[in-house]
Structure formats: structure tokens, C-alpha cells
Design a protein around this ligand. Structure first.
Ligand SMILES: [Zn+2]
Ligand SMILES: [Zn+2]
Length: 435
């Protein structure tokens, strides 16, 4: 044997052992397969997984055929490239994305990947892709799971569990919410962003929410002139996020109008000059004419169509769906983001939407429920319905009669998964019985 051979062998062996150890014990271990210790680069070259050591890694589940993925992908590319450009001298720990494709064929995978500046699990490695999907319970795409270098979960050999410490499943939400600032998703960065957001909410005023540099007024149906934002000071204000293309939005609007009018009337009868209630429509309509025709049906105020503040308000209140009703107190601070639910439950009684008020109403509802029969027949369901509360398996539900959300007390048919508000029970008439 030559001298050379003996000196080289142990080193190779050590390297193999080191790779094996790394693979078994590391937070990146889930990216390996039995016979693969690399990922592929944008140009198709292998990159050793061990090179990612110490970086925060986003495991990115996505597919080219699905438009929401394409849209999110652009957001992620921008944020990723911004981070690479601005992370001078590696002030932050590194960040890398690993694409796990749900594409149907290699062509689609290659097409999608052409627009990605990061790494990928090879398309042919179905096994790893399946394992990762299962491990992180991926139910919808796009999905971005963040692994911190100190993430603790066992690898695939140790019965993988994707809910370990340091694993963040909500990468998509976080990026939507904080934009490019979210990267590199370190715990410190996320805490910092939460703190900034908390301060923003603490310093929130009607003026900084509802005005822009060029606009300090709101539109009104009834007043001939625009209404100054300043005139809302000291009022309880509902910000109503809705749009005409959204059917629940149209339905809720017809419900909200009498509630609004009743609240205004009750306040007027009190004769307290300092108290008032107003609603401001924040429109996500698709064009000026649908905005106009929708706003025409509303007795309250509105931000102009396509105003700059619509986007910032949507972001500020993290509006995920419409219709949504955010209630601001007389000081401009948020009273509740649950305005819609409260109106569905209590109508105009919900005013002024404060915790004191809702606690009182909940108590009242509990008292009233004591007088409700345990079982009731309902004209629109063929079985008897049983009264349930949150404590007895009620919880939040969608009323099968009025399609709005309910909370607390409900009449339920467990067998059919049928639930209605107690107030939505329709007595069975003689006509119903003969059907
Ligand atoms: Zn109902
Ligand atoms: Zn039933």
C-alpha cells in the first residue's frame, strides 16, 4: 500500500461520518433523502445541504398551475432579492428558500422554477416531497414553513413531527402582513415587527387612519359636500370593509342599514350632544361604477374608490375576508374587530361594542337561554333541534338559516351538522306539517 492511500482514507471516512451525523441530528435533516445530500440550484447544479447550515430556511410548497401561488411567488421573489441585496456584511443570519413542488409534470416544474432565485428539492424525489407535505400537514398552497437553526423536531427516522419548537407554519401570512421586512423570519425580527405593530395600534387616531396627504374628507350620500374626517372625532366609528361583488357583503349591508339607523335614533333620543355613531365604507370594489352603485344603497360615509388608505387600512387591521366591521372608540382606538359578529348576534343592542357591553349581553343571553326549551322543532329541518351552548359543544358556528356566524347558544342537530341561532327558529305551522 502506498503512503498516500493511508493518509487519505481516514479523512474521507471522517467526512462521511460527519455527513452522516449532520444528516441525522440537524434541523435540515428532513431535506435529505436516502441517497441525496444536495438540493438543486436555479441553474440546475447540486448544492450540498450542509451549506445551508446556520441559515433560516423556508420550505416552500407551491405549484405553477395555481394562480394564488404565482401571485405569492412574486411577493416572495421580491422579498428574497431585497434581502440578498441589503444584507450587507451578513448582519443578519442567512436565509434560504427550498421549493417543494406540487407541479404535475417536469415541464411545469421547470417553468415555475425558472422564475425562482432559490433552491429546490429535485422534481423526481416524490418521496421526500410527500414526507414533507405530511410532516407539516400542508393543507393548502402556497405554504411557507420556516425552520430556525435551533428548530427542534425529529427527522424522518425519529417519527417526524412538524410542530416542533422554532417551526413557523404561517410564513405566507407573515409575509403578507409585514412584507419584505419579515425576512429573515428570525425570532428577533418577528418580535420587533410585532412590537412596531403594537405601537402603531396604540398611536392610532382617526386622522392617521382615514386621511391621506391630499385628502382630509369622506364622501357622503346625504350631505351635498364632502364630510371632514375631523368631524368624526369623539364618535364611535365602524370601518366597513365590503364590496358589491361579494354576496355576503351585499347581504350584510341590508342587515346593517336598519341597525345603523336604530343606533342613530337611540343616540338622538338620549339627547347627548357628545355621543354619536358613524360608519365609513372601505370599498374593495373592482371599478368606480360598482362602487357608485353599491355606495348609493348606503346611508353612511365612504372613503373614495381606490383611495390610497384602503390598502393601508386593510393591512393595518389585517383584513382577511369581507365583509368585516372594525369598531373604533371615541378616542380612535380599536374597540373590536368583531363588529360583524356582534351585529349578527345582538343587532343595534351591540352598540357601543365595548367589552363591558358584550359581557353584559352575553350574560343576558345566558339568562334568556334558561327559559328556552331544551328541544325545538324548526320549520326548515326535519329533525328536532337541541339547545347547546359553548360549554356543551356549541362554540362558533354558521347559522344554516341566515348564513351568518353565531356564537354561544344554538339549536343543533348533531346528526346532520345543522345549527341555527335561537332567534332564527321558525315555528312549525300546520301547513308545514301536511307537507
Ligand atoms: Zn341565524
Ligand atoms: Zn337533522
Amino acid at each position: 500500500m502506498k503512503q498516500e492511500d493511508v493518509t487519505y482514507l481516514p479523512e474521507i471516512k471522517n467526512d462521511q461520518v460527519a455527513q452522516q451525523d449532520f444528516k441525522n441530528s440537524n434541523y435540515l435533516s428532513i431535506l435529505f433523502s436516502e441517497d441525496r445530500d444536495f438540493l438543486i440550484s436555479p441553474t440546475g447544479n447540486p448544492v450540498k445541504i450542509s451549506e445551508l447550515q446556520g441559515k433560516v430556511v423556508g420550505v416552500y410548497f407551491s405549484a405553477n398551475w395555481y394562480p394564488p401561488c404565482q401571485k405569492f411567488n412574486q411577493l416572495l421573489v421580491n422579498a428574497y432579492e431585497h434581502f440578498k441585496l441589503t444584507n450587507h456584511h451578513n448582519r443578519n443570519p442567512g436565509f434560504e428558500v427550498v421549493f417543494v413542488s406540487s407541479d404535475e409534470d417536469l415541464d411545469a416544474f421547470n417553468n415555475f422554477r425558472a422564475g425562482m432565485p432559490w433552491l429546490a428539492i429535485p422534481f423526481s424525489d416524490l418521496n421526500t416531497k410527500k414526507t414533507l407535505n405530511r410532516m407539516f400537514d400542508v393543507e393548502g398552497i402556497p405554504c411557507l414553513v420556516i425552520l430556525q437553526p435551533d428548530s427542534s423536531y425529529k427527522g424522518r427516522d425519529g417519527h417526524g413531527n412538524g410542530n416542533g419548537e422554532g417551526v413557523i407554519h404561517e410564513g405566507v401570512d407573515i409575509l403578507h402582513r409585514y412584507g419584505i421586512q419579515a425576512i429573515p423570519f428570525t425570532k428577533d425580527r418577528l418580535l420587533e415587527l410585532q412590537e412596531i405593530e403594537r405601537e402603531k395600534h396604540e398611536n392610532q387616531t382617526l386622522t392617521n387612519l382615514l386621511t391621506t396627504q391630499n385628502r382630509d374628507f369622506l364622501l357622503s350620500q346625504s350631505a351635498p359636500q364632502p364630510v371632514p374626517v375631523a368631524s368624526l372625532k369623539g364618535k364611535t366609528v365602524g370601518l366597513y370593509f365590503s364590496a358589491q361583488w361579494c354576496l355576503p357583503g351585499v347581504k350584510f349591508t341590508t342587515k346593517l342599514i336598519p341597525v345603523y339607523q336604530n343606533i342613530k335614533q337611540v343616540i338622538a333620543e338620549k339627547g347627548n350632544q357628545d355621543e354619536d355613531f358613524e360608519i365609513v365604507f372601505v370599498s374593495t370594489d373592482r371599478d368606480q361604477s360598482s362602487f357608485d352603485s353599491f355606495f348609493q344603497t348606503m346611508p353612511w360615509l365612504a372613503l373614495p374608490f381606490d383611495d390610497m388608505s384602503v390598502k393601508s387600512l386593510t393591512k393595518h387591521f389585517n383584513i382577511q375576508w369581507i365583509p368585516s366591521l372594525i369598531i373604533l372608540g371615541p378616542d380612535g382606538k380599536t374597540v373590536t374587530t368583531e363588529g360583524r359578529n356582534l351585529i349578527n348576534l345582538y343587532r343595534d343592542n351591540a352598540y357601543p361594542f365595548t367589552e363591558v357591553r358584550t359581557t353584559f349581553l352575553e350574560h343576558q343571553m345566558d339568562e334568556a337561554a334558561k327559559c328556552l326549551p331544551k328541544w325545538q322543532s324548526h320549520a326548515r329541518h326535519r329533525h328536532e333541534l337541541m339547545l347547546v351552548s359553548e360549554g356543551s359543544g356549541g362554540g362558533a358556528y354558521i347559522c344554516c338559516d341566515c348564513d351568518e356566524q353565531g356564537l354561544g347558544w344554538a339549536y343543533q342537530c348533531i346528526e346532520c351538522g345543522y345549527e341555527v341561532h335561537p332567534k332564527c327558529i321558525k315555528p312549525v305551522t300546520a301547513a308545514d306539517r301536511t307537507v
